[in-house]
Design a protein around this ligand. Structure first.
Ligand SMILES: [Zn+2]
Length: 159
Protein backbone atom coordinates (compact mmCIF):
# COMPACT_ATOMS: atom_id res chain seq x y z
CA UNK A 1 0.00 0.00 0.00
CA UNK A 2 1.11 3.52 -0.65
CA UNK A 3 1.48 5.49 2.53
CA UNK A 4 1.78 9.26 2.44
CA UNK A 5 5.34 10.22 3.26
CA UNK A 6 4.69 13.79 4.23
CA UNK A 7 2.07 14.63 6.80
CA UNK A 8 0.65 17.96 7.75
CA UNK A 9 -2.50 19.26 9.33
CA UNK A 10 -3.99 20.52 6.08
CA UNK A 11 -3.56 17.28 4.16
CA UNK A 12 -5.52 15.08 6.53
CA UNK A 13 -8.59 15.33 4.37
CA UNK A 14 -10.31 12.57 2.47
CA UNK A 15 -10.38 12.33 -1.30
CA UNK A 16 -13.87 13.79 -1.58
CA UNK A 17 -12.78 16.89 0.30
CA UNK A 18 -9.63 17.13 -1.83
CA UNK A 19 -11.70 17.13 -5.03
CA UNK A 20 -13.99 19.76 -3.50
CA UNK A 21 -11.00 22.02 -2.74
CA UNK A 22 -9.82 21.97 -6.37
CA UNK A 23 -12.91 22.34 -8.57
CA UNK A 24 -12.28 21.42 -12.19
CA UNK A 25 -8.86 19.88 -11.55
CA UNK A 26 -8.26 16.34 -12.86
CA UNK A 27 -7.45 14.73 -9.52
CA UNK A 28 -6.57 11.05 -9.70
CA UNK A 29 -5.07 8.47 -7.37
CA UNK A 30 -1.68 9.18 -8.95
CA UNK A 31 -1.67 12.93 -8.35
CA UNK A 32 -3.67 13.22 -5.12
CA UNK A 33 -0.42 13.63 -3.14
CA UNK A 34 0.53 16.53 -5.37
CA UNK A 35 -2.76 18.29 -4.63
CA UNK A 36 -2.47 17.63 -0.91
CA UNK A 37 0.94 19.31 -1.08
CA UNK A 38 -0.60 22.35 -2.73
CA UNK A 39 -2.82 22.86 0.29
CA UNK A 40 0.28 23.61 2.36
CA UNK A 41 1.97 25.48 -0.51
CA UNK A 42 4.46 22.76 -1.27
CA UNK A 43 5.04 21.70 -4.88
CA UNK A 44 5.30 17.90 -4.84
CA UNK A 45 6.24 15.89 -7.89
CA UNK A 46 6.60 12.15 -8.00
CA UNK A 47 10.06 10.73 -7.46
CA UNK A 48 11.18 7.13 -7.50
CA UNK A 49 12.55 5.88 -4.19
CA UNK A 50 14.58 3.19 -5.92
CA UNK A 51 16.46 5.06 -8.67
CA UNK A 52 15.80 8.70 -7.78
CA UNK A 53 14.17 9.63 -11.10
CA UNK A 54 11.60 12.42 -10.98
CA UNK A 55 8.67 12.27 -13.31
CA UNK A 56 5.80 14.51 -14.28
CA UNK A 57 2.97 14.03 -15.20
CA UNK A 58 2.34 11.67 -12.32
CA UNK A 59 2.38 7.97 -13.05
CA UNK A 60 1.92 5.01 -10.72
CA UNK A 61 5.27 3.45 -11.66
CA UNK A 62 8.71 4.88 -12.34
CA UNK A 63 9.24 5.21 -16.11
CA UNK A 64 12.98 4.60 -15.65
CA UNK A 65 13.04 1.41 -13.54
CA UNK A 66 9.36 0.43 -13.27
CA UNK A 67 9.43 0.50 -9.51
CA UNK A 68 6.10 1.21 -7.84
CA UNK A 69 7.89 2.99 -5.00
CA UNK A 70 6.98 6.44 -6.25
CA UNK A 71 6.57 9.19 -3.69
CA UNK A 72 5.35 12.79 -3.97
CA UNK A 73 8.48 14.78 -3.12
CA UNK A 74 9.03 18.55 -2.81
CA UNK A 75 10.89 20.41 -5.54
CA UNK A 76 12.59 23.77 -5.09
CA UNK A 77 10.51 25.31 -7.84
CA UNK A 78 13.40 27.05 -9.57
CA UNK A 79 13.98 26.52 -13.25
CA UNK A 80 14.07 27.91 -16.76
CA UNK A 81 11.19 28.71 -19.09
CA UNK A 82 11.19 25.94 -21.69
CA UNK A 83 8.02 26.86 -23.56
CA UNK A 84 5.73 29.89 -23.44
CA UNK A 85 2.37 30.45 -25.06
CA UNK A 86 -0.14 33.25 -24.64
CA UNK A 87 -3.83 32.49 -24.62
CA UNK A 88 -6.07 35.08 -26.26
CA UNK A 89 -9.14 33.13 -25.26
CA UNK A 90 -9.95 30.18 -23.09
CA UNK A 91 -12.23 28.85 -20.41
CA UNK A 92 -13.29 31.30 -17.72
CA UNK A 93 -10.96 31.12 -14.72
CA UNK A 94 -10.70 33.17 -11.59
CA UNK A 95 -8.12 35.92 -11.99
CA UNK A 96 -7.69 35.34 -15.73
CA UNK A 97 -8.46 38.18 -18.16
CA UNK A 98 -7.77 37.15 -21.73
CA UNK A 99 -7.79 40.78 -22.93
CA UNK A 100 -4.17 40.72 -21.81
CA UNK A 101 -3.15 37.38 -23.31
CA UNK A 102 -2.73 34.91 -20.48
CA UNK A 103 0.73 33.37 -20.29
CA UNK A 104 1.14 29.62 -19.94
CA UNK A 105 4.68 28.41 -19.43
CA UNK A 106 6.32 25.04 -19.16
CA UNK A 107 9.31 25.31 -16.87
CA UNK A 108 12.21 22.91 -16.87
CA UNK A 109 12.93 22.44 -13.19
CA UNK A 110 16.46 22.43 -11.80
CA UNK A 111 16.07 19.00 -10.19
CA UNK A 112 16.45 17.02 -13.41
CA UNK A 113 16.81 17.56 -17.16
CA UNK A 114 13.41 17.05 -18.76
CA UNK A 115 11.45 17.48 -15.52
CA UNK A 116 8.88 20.10 -16.44
CA UNK A 117 5.90 21.72 -14.79
CA UNK A 118 3.33 23.88 -16.53
CA UNK A 119 1.66 26.90 -14.97
CA UNK A 120 1.60 30.65 -15.52
CA UNK A 121 3.95 33.55 -14.78
CA UNK A 122 2.57 36.11 -12.35
CA UNK A 123 3.47 39.79 -11.98
CA UNK A 124 5.31 40.13 -15.29
CA UNK A 125 4.71 41.89 -18.58
CA UNK A 126 4.17 39.39 -21.36
CA UNK A 127 7.14 40.70 -23.34
CA UNK A 128 9.37 39.72 -20.41
CA UNK A 129 8.19 36.11 -20.47
CA UNK A 130 10.79 34.61 -22.75
CA UNK A 131 12.13 31.11 -23.27
CA UNK A 132 15.33 30.74 -21.28
CA UNK A 133 14.36 33.16 -18.50
CA UNK A 134 14.90 31.96 -14.95
CA UNK A 135 11.85 31.63 -12.74
CA UNK A 136 10.98 30.67 -9.20
CA UNK A 137 7.90 29.15 -7.64
CA UNK A 138 5.31 31.43 -6.08
CA UNK A 139 1.79 30.85 -4.82
CA UNK A 140 -1.47 32.50 -5.66
CA UNK A 141 -5.01 31.55 -4.69
CA UNK A 142 -7.68 30.30 -7.05
CA UNK A 143 -11.12 29.16 -5.90
CA UNK A 144 -9.82 29.50 -2.34
CA UNK A 145 -7.00 26.98 -2.78
CA UNK A 146 -3.28 27.56 -3.37
CA UNK A 147 -2.16 27.64 -7.02
CA UNK A 148 1.52 27.14 -7.90
CA UNK A 149 2.74 29.80 -10.35
CA UNK A 150 6.12 31.17 -11.35
CA UNK A 151 7.68 34.62 -11.08
CA UNK A 152 10.63 35.90 -13.06
CA UNK A 153 14.00 35.90 -11.33
CA UNK A 154 16.37 38.75 -12.07
CA UNK A 155 19.38 37.42 -13.91
CA UNK A 156 22.81 38.23 -12.56
CA UNK A 157 24.50 40.82 -14.75
CA UNK A 158 27.00 39.23 -17.14
CA UNK A 159 30.60 39.68 -16.04
ZN1 LIG B 1 12.98 4.36 -10.68
Amino acid sequence: MNKPVTEGPSIDIDDDELVRRFPGEPITHDNAGHYRGRLRRELLLNRCCRCGTWHQPHKPVCPACWSGAVVPTPVAGTGTIHLAIFLHQGPPAEGVDYRTPYPVVTVELDEQAGLRFTSTVADADNDQIIIGRRVALAWRTRHGSPLPVFTLVEEAAPR
